[in-house]
Design a protein around this ligand. Sequence first.
Ligand code: GLN
Length: 334
Amino acid sequence: MKKRLLFLLAAMLLCRGLGYGQKLTEKHIREVMQQAYNQFKNSSGGANASYIPYLANIDPELYGIAICTSDGKVLELGDTKYEFGIESISKVFVLALAMQQRGAKAVEDSIGVNATGMPFNSVMAVELNPQRAVNPLVNAGAMATNSFIRAPGSAAKWALIDDMMAKFASRRLSVIQQLYASETATNLHNRAIAWLLYSYGRFYDDISESVDLYTRACSYGSSTRDLAIMAGTLANSGVNPVTKEKVIDAVLCPRILATMITEGLYDDTGAWVYHTGVPAKSGVGGGIIAVVPGKMAIAVFAPPLDKSGNSIKAQKTLQYIIDELKLNLLLPHG
Ligand code: GLN
């Protein structure tokens, strides 16, 4: 009788460890990371972003996976220390700053929070919506969000952005100057979008300064490790799991994650959510972050992109890890 009880107890503990809606073990997470790495390391397909010359020249073989658990463990595999262009992933954290400063409702009213279903630099997304509302995670919405942050001048606004990024990452990030120069020389389309929003009364500060701040934020260098910790802060209700510092109010996290669910992978977001059930955000630098609230965040970096501008290898890796660890948020809870 005693033996049977012990057996039952051992079986229960094993199931908990395997993460059937319960706590995942570090060993299991590491095994799954390694399996994904082995499986996709040599997979090919896609191409580096070429419309920003600096990005076209990044080694397409670079590959890193990092996971930050809500209790602050950072697990890494591959090129996780290499610093690459954060690009559109910065939009999530500038949005966090705007929401913290102006409130979630003000962002909803003044920028918009709905899905566009269109490419990240779409003009039609602005034209077709009668309120000219755009999601803060597409270029139009991100530049408008930048303009929505209040500060006594451009330098002061940059200081706010820089501090916010540092709190999320647990270290101060630096702008890759060559990337910033490369983007500034080629961002005419973004400038046109900003003027269009301005013509509809949906831009809230100096146009060229706001576009410049947006471009500079996209040009931050971040490692896969940095991104895992930054996203880990969103998974941990706004408290950085490594430094334990409160970065933003907990109530804002579900709102930010909702914009990732609707727009994180642009015109491919529907298919992404269909397959994974997890909010994610990509950047044309090759990074993608995925956030599983209360559990962990996963960041993957691999430069070659698909047509929507999302890293192909990072998507495959994330999908594998999410499946194996049963992280899909649309699975039954409990
Ligand atoms: N800086 C890039 C742009 O404005 C960001 C795009 C992206 O990562 N999807 O086009």
